[in-house]
Design a protein around this ligand. Structure first.
Ligand SMILES: [Zn+2]
Length: 386
């Protein structure tokens, strides 16, 4: 029989649908997979057999039966391989080793003293090598590396512009792929965080989500209809640079009154504000001791977060907003003023059935989401046999 390209494509699509159904909803029986995907039982059986042979799906003990032989239950084999997720922050490099199900197997944390490219690359190499050496033996080994960066990234993994790092046109994917010989994905950190929350965190299976990452700046990951919205060229979500004060302070982007100057760690650079410390972990410690300047500051930042979030709610009408990034650690003091401003200012219809929540993954949303991108890249390239 002559096999056409279309048959191969259809088979690949069907196999991918079955794999992701089992990945997201296992344990499942073959019959249930057939029901949920709408594919006939013979197709499901054939493709499941291939997935089992490739060790991406495993069969385990009998499940419930309504009579007759008890069916074997299918599980996604999260331990078929592992990935490394990395988040590059302004003063910190964090990395996790995850299995294919997003479970963290190991973690490393380095302090960054400056952002010269050779130095940062050396630190990234060190952190990857350490985690690779600690990885368990699995059928596929390390299948990918995902990196979240605070800046704009193109579809080839080139960091076009990261103002907080002082980087322009850095081919990060190319550099890491040539060193480690595994596929590398590079994402904007807010987009990676949105994927982390959508798949493993506070917003599982939400269709319309805004993930607001508030840390050294502000960026947003926008999920519309279950898909990440990247804009015409991939640069959507730079919400930290929307003006909220028409004649406000001058921003490094060239504009004035940008949101992140009032609602992120950039506020610590403003010498006019009295603060007992100028890092989030230290300020969280002061706030928990009741220090007044720290409490007043977080209340103000919470209000300003609420103002920007009101603009986003009125623009996008999301179901869920998740606040992540370093400042999510200050949820206890930011939450109330933020929600109060949103309640006062948002259009009435937009408020209905809207949930505002802080990241369930804490400050780990981005590393886990970056790892998830690497998992999706790997699973997107599975072979089909004809
Ligand atoms: Zn700006």
């Amino acid at each position: 029989m002559k096999v056409t390209g279309d048959q191969a494509l259809v088979k690949k699509i069907n196999k991918s649908i079955i794999l992701h159904m089992i990945r997201k909803h296992s344990p499942l029986s073959r019959a249930r997979v057939s029901e949920m995907t709408g594919l006939n039982k013979a197709t499901v059986s054939n493709l499941v057999a291939e997935l089992c042979q490739q060790e991406l799906v495993i069969e385990a003990g009998p499940g419930e039966s309504s009579g007759g032989r008890k069916p074997l239950i299918l599980h996604f084999n999260a331990m078929a391989g592992s990935v490394i997720g990395i988040e590059l922050r302004v003063k910190q490099l964090t990395a996790v080793l995850c299995d294919l199900g997003g479970n963290v197997l190991g973690e490393r944390d380095y302090t960054l003293n400056h952002h010269d490219l050779p130095y940062v690359l050396e630190e990234i190499h060190k952190i990857i090598s350490e985690l690779m050496a600690s990885a368990p033996v699995t059928p596929y080994g390390i299948v990918g590396i995902g990196v979240g960066v605070p800046g704009m990234v193109d579809e080839n993994g080139v960091v076009l512009f990261a103002p907080n790092l002082g980087w322009e046109m850095v081919n990060l994917r190319g550099m890491l792929e040539s060193s480690f010989s595994v596929p590398v994905t590079i994402d904007n950190e807010a987009n990676a965080g949105a994927q982390g929350e959508l798949n493993f965190g506070a917003a599982r299976d939400v269709r319309h989500l805004l993930y607001v990452s508030a840390g050294s700046g502000i960026g947003s990951g926008i999920i519309i209809g279950g898909e990440l919205y990247k804009g015409a060229r991939g640069y959507a979500g730079e919400t930290g640079h929307m003006s909220i004060e028409a004649d406000g302070r001058l921003c490094s982007c060239g504009s004035r009154g940008c949101w992140e100057l009032y609602a992120s760690e950039k506020t610590y650079d403003n010498a006019d504000i009295d603060l007992p410390a100028r890092t989030t972990p230290e300020l969280v410690r002061y706030a928990s001791q009741g220090q007044e300047d720290a409490l007043r500051h977080f209340a103000k930042v919470g209000e300003y977060l609420g103002i920007g979030i009101t603009n986003l709610i009125n623009s996008f009408n999301p179901e869920v907003i998740v606040i992540g990034g370093a400042l999510s650690e200050a949820e206890e003091w930011l939450g109330e003023p933020l929600r109060k401003v949103v309640a006062e200012r948002t259009l009435p219809y937009h408020k209905q059935q809207l949930e505002i929540t802080f990241s369930k993954l804490g400050s780990r949303g981005t590393v886990i989401g970056a790892g998830f991108s690497a998992v999706m890249h790997f699973l997107g390239n599975i072979r089909v046999t004809l």
